[in-house]
Design a binder for this molecule. Structure first.
Ligand code: PLP
Length: 454
């Protein structure tokens, strides 16, 4: 029989529900807190900022399955199912007995997994009579996805883009503008938060935390406007579980079950998306699967952060979340991990790490680009610099399997392609990139400022 390389689902086999892992978790995450009262967030606390449906999903700890609205499902069918691919080329290059599979989210029209949640959030906003939405974007993947989703559902979008990315990644800005979004470099003079930062530090080149503060501020001041977030929160990861739910069926078609599931980690949405449907079988059926979240060594919240209540943004406007964090005013080094440079981890994943269901793995910058290059040469896809961290972790696991002489099934999420990130590849190829070791004092200083609520 000819070996099969790619697995697709029939249209009617695309999952019709998302999976909410919180309902199955034995220890629920601690509640998010209202930043002012420090009491658990209620629906009424959430809805001034977020749309109601997503707020309900955020607080839902009881329903394991949540229906995908028909109109979102219709949009999903434009690009889903995404292929599950057996990486024969990479296996051969490594000489490993491991079977390596990747779920290719880079085939979405926007080039990453982000569209899975952008479409859902834009849809719910439209349903509720919202006319305008605001958001932040780091590397620009989320902003690009939301720009398209906003257009699809007839919403006006303002995107605060981290200034360093605005300058380094002009093409993502062009993409957003082509879809009709307004793009503002953050910090900007158009919000109170931005003006304060620029007055104090005129050369500040921005962070996700700052951009979030600006987007939340604008949303709270604009009538009929909601703020929309692309990662970290439970409802975002919920929408991304379409990745793992499809992968589960496709692995079945391949006749295998993963021993290791890997995703790169920024705020946790593609990692949670690929892994939670499999982790469900670990929690419920006692399956023995290893889950690895691959993060940049320069932004190591999973392995070197503290578990503490912290804000999602720099100014402290968002709810406080119990999470592994490097402190909300952590300013990451200017490395090329783009979308992975966020200070905190999300409440579900943080609890799952505490409970031993998964682990973080730190990948130095040069190792991630080495892995990306090997993957590109053996599979013909230029991966996003973010996804390269998952590839590097996969290669480590595949080489370990080779050393131990055991056959293992490794599944990773290729969260996006890197065709708009070629300046980063240029710098790597020119030998201009280095590893960056984050000094312990920097972490200690930042987390010392956190209020101790756990
Ligand atoms: C945004 C992004 C990430 C990181 O975000 P998560 O929420 O952790 O998934 C990873 N890969 C790509 C391609 C991205 O655009």
């Amino acid at each position: 029989m000819e070996r099969q390389k790619r697995f697709f689902l029939e249209e009617n086999a695309i999952p019709r529900q998302w999976y909410n892992i919180v309902a199955d978790m034995k220890t629920k995450p601690l509640p998010m807190l209202n930043p002012v009262t420090k009491k658990p967030m209620t629906l009424d606390d959430m809805t001034p900022i977020f749309n109601r449906a997503c707020s309900e999903q955020e607080l839902n700890t009881t329903d394991a399955w949540i229906d995908i609205p028909e109109q979102v499902y219709e949009m999903y069918k434009n690009y889903r199912s995404t292929p599950l691919v057996r990486a024969y080329g990479l296996e051969k290059a490594l000489g490993t007995p491991a079977h390596i599979y990747f779920k290719n989210e880079s085939v979405s029209p926007i080039g990453s997994h982000k569209l899975n949640s952008a479409l859902a959030q834009a849809y719910y906003c439209k349903q509720e009579g919202v006319t305008n939405i605001t958001t932040e974007t780091g590397a620009g993947q989320w902003g690009a996805a939301l720009s398209y989703a906003a257009r699809a559902f007839g919403l006006e979008l303002a995107v605060f883009m981290v200034k360093v990315s605005y300058e380094q990644k002009p093409y993502r800005r062009s993409i957003m503008q082509t879809f009709g979004a307004q793009v503002i470099a953050s910090p900007s003079m158009s919000t109170k938060v931005g003006r304060k930062i620029l007055t104090e530090t005129p050369n500040y080149r921005g962070s996700l935390g700052t951009a979030i503060s600006e987007a939340v501020e604008l949303a709270m001041q604009t009538p009929n406007c909601k703020y929309v977030l692309g990662s970290v929160l439970n409802h975002v990861t919920l929408h991304q579980t379409i990745i793992g739910l499809e992968a589960e069926k496709q692995m079945e078609m391949a006749g295998e079950y993963p021993d290791v599931v890997i995703g790169c980690f920024g705020g946790g949405s593609n990692f949670g998306g690929i892994s939670f449907p499999f982790m469900r079988h670990t929690i419920i059926d006692g399956k023995d699967t290893k889950f690895i979240a691959a993060e940049p060594a320069s932004c190591p919240k999973l392995t070197r952060g503290v578990f503490q209540y912290d804000f999602g943004d720099e100014a402290g406007l968002t709810p406080m979340m119990p999470m592994f964090t490097l402190g909300h005013d952590f300013a990451p080094a200017h490395i090329h991990a783009g979308g992975l440079r966020y200070h905190g981890a999300g409440t579900i994943v943080s609890q799952l790490i505490k409970d031993g269901y998964m682990e973080g793995m730190d990948i130095p910058q040069l190792e991630s680009f080495q892995a990306a290059t090997l993957f590109a040469q053996s599979e013909g896809i230029i991966p996003a610099p973010e996804s390269a961290h998952a590839i590097a972790a996969t290669i480590r696991e595949a080489l370990k399997a080779k050393e131990e002489g055991v056959q293992k099934n490794i599944l990773f999420c290729l969260s996006g392609h890197g065709l708009i990130d070629m300046t980063a590849y240029d710098q790597y190829n020119a030998g201009d990139l280095t590893n960056y070791d984050l000094p312990q004092e920097v972490i200690d200083q930042n987390v010392a400022k956190l209020e101790k609520l756990v």
